[in-house]
Design a protein around this ligand. Structure first.
Ligand SMILES: NC(=O)c1ccc[n+]([C@@H]2O[C@H](COP(=O)([O-])OP(=O)(O)OC[C@H]3O[C@@H](n4cnc5c(N)ncnc54)[C@H](O)[C@@H]3O)[C@@H](O)[C@H]2O)c1
Length: 354
């Protein structure tokens, strides 16, 4: 059996305990330390996983030569400085979404990890769920045909975050999923965003984001911290079938509809396309694939260990985090321009189809 890797979890607030629990349960990892500025919080999480050393000093963690890696679950604005310090100290890093609170900071993180030859992984948790893995598989094998649209809704009564708006808090989930499941990933040229702050909290609490995708398709994302009902639904329409993913319905998370619009034969005249009388509607079956129930974070921590051992990029590496930040950055510029489409800054490679 290979030796376990030593990891420290930084941040013991809402999400850190989930990381701690999964590192603790993994045969790949030894959960060496829990670090939080609030030592009592760190102690509470340590007690919850059966007793682990705690500290309030990041410097102490980074100075410990036995620590191989850190997992950062602190607020977004702290991801950049903590990551840089950890890479400087020779540690591999996994960072919670969003990778950073500014695109250029994410670029810096990716460049530093490359220079140091260390793994930088974004915890895009949903990309490790059985549902998203199945969606990716169905799209890759052509079950949906060419993608026509993606419509994602992620709304609930949410925690208003101290440092990021609803786009930067919730949309990383939808964007990382789109990046992961579509053959061309987040291959968009511009983003239009509309946001509202009706409670005057100082940041958008309701957000709508639209972007063109490859081949004339379109993606739309609705994120909202003010909705009394919780909805986690993504519809992916294709030329052959349409998939509906309802993450809150464990009996039937994914439904595939063999229903849609067929353009049987399209007649083109000089500059127009006439579709009169050529449209038909398919009203076929609906089916639901069986999915294993497995906690995504178990897969996340395994992937982090595998990337370190095999000296390869993680499935959701720093560049995946950066693609998400690029859309969020364009959304921020679009919001500032009253919703006008803002061009993407495209100097990172789109996801490879492999
Ligand atoms: N992957 C997911 O599904 C998911 C879900 C929820 C939150 N998150 C992400 O996790 C991160 C943390 O979110 P949260 O809701 O747990 O935040 P939180 O505010 O509940 O907890 C953050 C903790 O970090 C500590 N902290 C802050 N700066 C620190 C530092 N420099 N050193 C050590 N500790 C420090 C704070 O004391 C606090 O206990 C965010 O990036 C968030 O987007 C991811």
């Amino acid at each position: 059996m290979t030796e376990r890797l030593n990891v420290a979890v930084i941040g013991a607030g809402y999400w850190g305990p989930n990381l701690a629990r999964n590192f603790r349960a993994s045969a790949e990892w030894n959960l060496a330390t829990i670090c939080d500025l609030d030592i009592e919080r760190a102690q509470g999480v340590a007690d919850g996983v059966g007793g682990v050393p705690v500290t309030s000093s990041l410097d102490e963690v980074l100075a410990d030569p036995s620590i191989d890696a850190i997992a950062i679950a602190t607020p977004a604005r702290t991801h950049h400085p903590i990551t840089l310090a950890a890479l400087e100290a020779g540690k591999h890093v996994m960072v919670e979404k969003p990778l950073a609170d500014e695109r250029h900071r994410g670029e810096d993180m990716v460049a530093r990890a490359d220079e140091q030859g260390l793994v930088l992984m974004a915890d895009h948790t949903y990309c490790y769920t059985p549902a998203v893995l199945k969606i990716r598989e169905l799209i890759a094998e052509g079950a949906l045909g060419d993608i026509l649209f993606v419509d994602s809704v992620r709304i609930n009564l949410g925690l208003i975050q101290p440092d990021v708006d609803v786009f930067w808090d919730l949309a990383p989930h939808d964007l990382s999923i789109i990046d992961f499941v579509l053959p061309d990933g987040l291959d968009t040229t511009s983003v239009s965003a509309h946001g509202a702050d009706p409670l005057r909290t100082g940041k958008a609490c309701v957000g709508y984001l639209a972007m063109p995708l490859a081949g004339g398709a379109m993606a739309h994302i609705h994120v909202n911290w003010l909705s009394p009902t919780k909805i986690r639904q993504m519809v992916i329409g294709g030329t052959k079938r349409t998939l509906v993913w309802d993450d809150l319905n464990p009996q039937q998370r994914i439904s595939v509809y063999d229903r849609g619009v067929d353009l049987a034969s399209v007649t083109k005249s000089a500059s127009t396309v006439s579709r009169d009388a050529n449209i038909s509607y398919r009203l076929g079956d609906t089916w639901s694939p069986a999915l294993p129930e497995r906690e995504a974070l178990g897969n996340v921590v395994s992937e982090f260990a595998a990337a370190i051992r095999e000296q390869r990029p993680a499935r959701t590496d720093g560049e995946a985090g950066l693609r998400v930040l690029s859309v969020l950055d364009a959304a921020r510029r679009s919001l500032a321009a009253g919703g006008a489409p803002a061009p993407m800054i495209l100097d990172i490679p789109v996801r490879s189809a492999a």
